[in-house]
Design a protein around this ligand. Structure first.
Ligand code: ADP
Length: 500
């Protein structure tokens, strides 16, 4: 496989594209064809480790949206009529191919996203788990027979695929955010138009390549890459399109709100997985070592660039100093910043300059407002050494904004009541974590913490079996789990009357 060859040798990484493996695609995928964008334009994709250009990818516009939606609408006519068993088998085939190509998919991801290869493989395994899960769920999309209001009637409620689904995904999980959505959509018989993030289109195109190999009929899956400049027209093209019936988005709250507004024009079913500002609370009763392990996972996975990353770390007074000491030791011992292709690296680069600037801004703000910097290193290019800041207070920026980087901000608190009030004083409510060994406290806090997902004595909670999603301004709808298919189905009520 060429990527591996290039990585092992000193080859320039752009050679990867010239000698592209079959999974490396740079054209859009519309109606079962690999095509240039309608206007013929291309945009560059960069390796965030080196800022080197690794590919030029088709830069789609609203014209391509029309073509892709037309293809997906036509394909829906037949794909929606396939049996659950057929759709299950197709998804299973895609899952098998995804596993077979695990290493290539991971290498493409490390190349365009920068995350360490080991972590990229982890994401590919996680991404595949949604294909497997939904290949199983495809056969369990049950309806109801409801006791009728009269004796000559039968009342049925059946679930049907909603139609064409628009899927807009971010760069931080270039594979799994797509499989989590298309897995559910394809399981129930929807067709999809995917708009991947401009930073990571290659991973999305690789999935389309595998879907083609798996035998998905033309038009069932379409991928429209677009540059940052063209993204708004592709996004609004999809959100406003009358033939798109569902829109699923993962990304920033700002863009989510825009898409929700745009989708109102055609009354789409919208599911949104938006930003978070996750509290991570360590109570006096916690197992401090376990809490440190939990935080290392919840904070440093993907170098802090996940929407469920712990953002505000609240530590109760009695264990405050001990926790900070142990965390400092763990960060020193376990975190190694470097190129994702180096074996020793545990933290890759941040995705781009804007991301680095945000972390720097939060750091300056903490410093200027009297926070204590316990651990700090350098910032070189997109590489940011992990930062540990203590004595953070709620007026600091880091408490109201997602840092999305390797900065741990620790806040001291005294009582459960006080910490719940502060932890909930945000418009966001995606994930929340707390560590405690007091059973009553565990139930109390689980119920009072305002988040769609709670990790109790656990820092890594995402799994295909569980419902992923937020409350408040962190989103609408749930992904994965048995609930995930609901975003792509409609309930139809059938009244059978005149029965003797
Ligand atoms: P981030 O700031 O983390 O990149 P975004 O919300 O900007 O988060 O990006 C998530 C996804 O939303 C990406 O696919 C991006 O291209 C897309 N996106 C960004 N702006 C718009 C827009 N105006 N309309 C539709 N999609 C958009």
């Amino acid at each position: 496989m060429l990527i591996s060859c290039a990585i092992r040798t000193t080859c320039h990484r752009s050679q990867l594209i010239r000698h592209a493996s079959t999974l490396l695609r740079s054209q859009a995928y519309i109606d079962g064809q690999w095509v240039d964008a309608s206007k013929g334009a291309k945009f560059p994709v960069h390796n965030p480790s080196t800022n080197e250009e690794i590919a030029k990818v088709a830069d789609c516009t609203s014209e391509d949206v029309d073509k892709a939606v037309k293809a997906a609408s036509t394909a829906f006519e037949t794909f929606s009529q396939t049996s659950a068993k057929e759709r299950s088998a197709l998804l299973r085939k895609l899952f098998d191919l995804h596993n077979e190509h695990q290493k290539e998919l991971a290498e493409i991801m490390t190349l365009e996203n920068g995350k360490p290869l080991r972590e990229a493989i982890g994401e590919i395994v996680y991404g595949a788990s949604f294909l497997e899960w939904f290949s199983e769920e495809a056969r369990r999309v049950y309806g109801d027979i409801i006791p009728a209001n009269t004796t000559d009637r039968e009342i049925l409620a059946i679930k049907q695929p909603i139609g064409v689904a628009a899927i807009i995904t971010p760069w931080n999980f270039p594979n799994a955010m797509i499989t989590r959505k298309i897995g559910a959509a394809l399981a129930v018989g929807c067709t999809c138009v995917i708009k991947p993030a401009e930073d990571t289109p290659l991973s999305a195109l690789a999935i389309a390549d595998l879907a083609e190999k798996a035998g998905y009929p033309r038009g069932v899956i379409n991928v429209l890459p677009a540059s940052r400049e063209n993204t708004p027209q592709v996004g609004s093209g999809l959100a406003n399109h009358p033939d798109v019936h569902a829109l699923s988005f993962t990304g920033s709250t700002q863009v989510g709100k825009l898409l929700l507004k745009q989708s109102a024009s055609s009354v789409k079913k919208v599911s949104l997985e938006l930003g978070g500002n996750a509290p991570f609370i360590v109570f006096d009763s916690a197992d401090v070592d376990r809490a440190v392990v939990g935080l290392m996972g919840a904070k440093f996975r993907n170098t802090g660039q996940t929407c469920v990353s712990a953002n505000r770390i609240f530590v109760q007074s009695k264990i405050y100093d001990a926790f900070i000491d142990k965390l400092k030791d763990a960060m020193r011992a376990q975190l190694h910043v470097g190129d994702g292709f180096k074996d020793a690296s545990t933290c890759g680069p941040l995705i781009n300059k804007r991301a680095v600037e945000k972390v720097s801004q939060h750091l300056q703000d903490i410093r200027s407002k009297g926070g204590r910097i316990v651990l700090e290193g350098s910032i070189k290019g997109n590489f940011v050494d992990p930062i540990l800041a203590a004595d953070v207070t709620s007026e600091m920026l880091v408490c109201s904004e997602e840092t999305f980087g390797p900065l741990v901000a620790v806040i001291r608190f005294d009582t459960e009541e006080e910490v719940l009030k502060v932890a909930n004083s945000t418009d966001y409510g995606l994930a929340g974590y707390f560590f405690s060994r007091d059973v009553s406290q565990i139930f109390r806090v689980s119920k009072k913490l305002q988040a769609g997902m709670i990790g109790v004595n656990e820092g890594l909670i995402s799994t295909a079996q569980a419902p992923f999603g937020g409350i408040k301004q962190s989103g609408i709808g749930r992904e994965g789990s048995k609930y995930g298919v609901d975003e792509y189905t409609e309930i139809k009520y059938i009244c059978l009357g005149g029965l003797a």
